[in-house]
Design a protein around this ligand. Sequence first.
Ligand code: MRU
Length: 330
Amino acid sequence: VDTWALRWLDPPDGPAVVLLDQTRLPAEETYLTCTDVASLVDAIGRLVVRGAPLLGLAGAFGVALAAYRGEDVAQAADALARARPTAANLSWGAGRALAAYQAARWNGATTPLNAERIAGRAALAEARAVAAEDAAASAAIAAHGLSLVQEQARILTHCNTGALVSAGEGTAFAIILAAHRAGRLAQLWVDETRPLLQGSRLTAWELETAGIPHAVIADSAAASLMAAGEVDCIVTGADRIAANGDTANKIGTYSLAVLAAHHELPFYVVAPTSTIDPETPTGADIPIEERSGDELTTRFVARNPAFDVTPASLITAIVTEHGVRQPVAP
Ligand code: MRU
């Protein structure tokens, strides 16, 4: 599976991982070719490639790249996993490709060189499997999630969760697409998603491309729209779901969940199971990325946490490729 946002390039042009540069969208559709792991790690940090499921692919294909280039593969997996801390999928994807590489390393190989080749192919095959599974998960998520969407639904979403972050049609966005195709979507509110504007730059652009009517709103407008009775449910993605259901997602998600509780609106979190991290007991244990204050301003001292955690008690249901889990809180 080659996705639009991330693609593997075989030798002789590669080995390389080619990324749609999401920092330049929607003004320019340009591609960045990463021929080594260091450049991919840098691209992940700069959000050239972003969004939890796609970070899983970046981790896995990054490990394959390391193997094909003869880099230290375990070290590469570690560097990739640490490139961004919050999305569980990144270390999960890198870990899967690393395990495939290590398992294949001496499997039937006659010489060390032969072993490296076999292991490299195994890592790449695993990365492709990660992508194929993500595409399948996205389709299953859309089908499960559609059952939660009422006729004439007015949905509010945050950040960017479509084909730019997935090997399929995305997570929350896949449900929105399904609702639109089923004729159930009456209104879609798109949070601009301060400070990097994943909503107004990326989601609005994807919606425009798909021909889906929508309105971009300032993040701070969500409260008054809910108070005015213009929102039926909130649908967001996730970067890490802790064992107890607490969920990290783009900064501003938690405030939406609080607002939804206050206005008695359902708040749906949508993610493949690769985003669920059973090793992280609660939201308090989720590492929250702190990004440079320069992303907010160059004039003032600033803090820039990139994610927040929504307690399980505020989440109405979690939708994965296995179905709808409701209630979430134990
Ligand atoms: O910092 P980003 O742009 O990588 O953050 C992305 C999000 O918060 C998404 O909502 C999340 O990864 C889910 S993507 C389906």
